[in-house]
Design a protein around this ligand. Structure first.
Ligand SMILES: [Zn+2]
Length: 299
């Protein structure tokens, strides 16, 4: 009898997704729905039931559930407060999923899941200390230090989204001013620019690059990582120009000799958010062979 799959769930501002993921990272069954404006749990409940039912005849029953949610999360309480989902404030997602599936549920931020996946099936397999940042609808990140993911009191250690990069800068959804988030989140940028990101002015891209460079410099001065992986729709849209500015800013802000070799890397292969979520429980024993694509459009 083959090993049981993981039921992976991903909560993003624009959609809910669920899948059965085999221990080698192969997606066996998947489904998704657009994020509804209300009754979010009812939509997720239905989605999970559909994925479970679709796999029932062909797949060994899943033994665990792994859920990633855009941060911040509260891993201890098992609650989530995803930005731009107003009906979910401190929502007890872990309890709801445990009750629904009658299986143990592991919950973490999207940044944590992405950082775990990159060392499990991605390009960080030989890197002991790194940060992983997603600049997509929102900004999420996490740090792996000496082979272990930093977690913290609530599971948000290593998060760059709300580092202050400009004290008098843009307002953030969190209520503060000058966080990295509004400079690097596609939702915030599109609201500010009122146009698609690919048509952003060079000055906007330059500004985002500077702010990302500042945030990375602050993080790395405190957390001694040597690689920063960056990915997501904003990185794709702003392209090499953004990362060129980020590296230039980092060089200006980060003068410590131990950070001289710090590198910013854009992973070639995109790991889907569902494989990322599954990575939270698949651990380091899973062999190669994940569902990856060369193009972020396959997300
Ligand atoms: Zn903020």
């Amino acid at each position: 009898m083959s090993s049981p799959p993981v039921l992976a769930v991903a909560v993003e501002p624009s959609r809910l997704a669920a899948a059965l993921v085999a221990p080698d990272g192969t997606v066996l069954v998947r489904d998704r729905v657009t994020m509804p404006s209300r009754d979010v749990w009812r939509a997720l409940d239905g989605l999970v039931r559909r994925v479970d039912a679709a796999g029932r005849d062909s797949v060994v029953p899943f033994a665990q559930v792994a859920v990633s949610c855009v941060g911040p999360v509260d891993e201890q309480a098992g609650t989530v407060t995803p930005p731009y989902v107003p009906t979910w404030t401190s929502f007890p997602l872990r309890d709801h999923l445990e009750e629904l599936t009658e299986r143990p549920v592991l919950l973490a931020s999207a940044g944590a899941a992405a950082a775990e996946a990159e060392r499990l099936v991605g390009e960080a397999r030989d890197t002991a200390s790194y940060a992983f940042l997603i600049a997509d609808a929102t900004v999420d990140s996490a740090c792996i230090v000496d082979g272990r993911r930093m977690s913290g009191a609530h599971g948000n250690a290593g998060s760059l989204a709300h580092i202050t990069v400009d004290p008098t800068g843009l307002s953030c959804w969190c209520g503060a001013r000058g966080c990295l988030e509004p400079y690097l989140s596609s939702i915030a940028l599109q609201a500010e620019l009122n146009r698609p990101l690919r048509r952003a002015n060079p000055s906007t891209i330059e500004r985002s690059g500077i702010m990302l460079g500042r945030a990375i410099a602050s993080l790395c001065a405190m957390v001694d990582v040597d690689t920063i992986f960056v990915t997501g729709g904003v990185i794709d849209a702003f392209g090499d120009t953004l990362l060129h500015v980020t590296r230039r800013e980092l060089q200006t802000r980060s003068r410590l000799s131990n950070l001289a070799d710090l590198s910013i890397v854009e992973p070639v292969e995109y790991i889907s958010s569902l494989v990322r979520a599954a990575s939270l429980v698949l651990g380091t024993s899973a062999p190669a062979g994940p569902e990856v694509t060369g193009s972020p459009t396959a997300r």
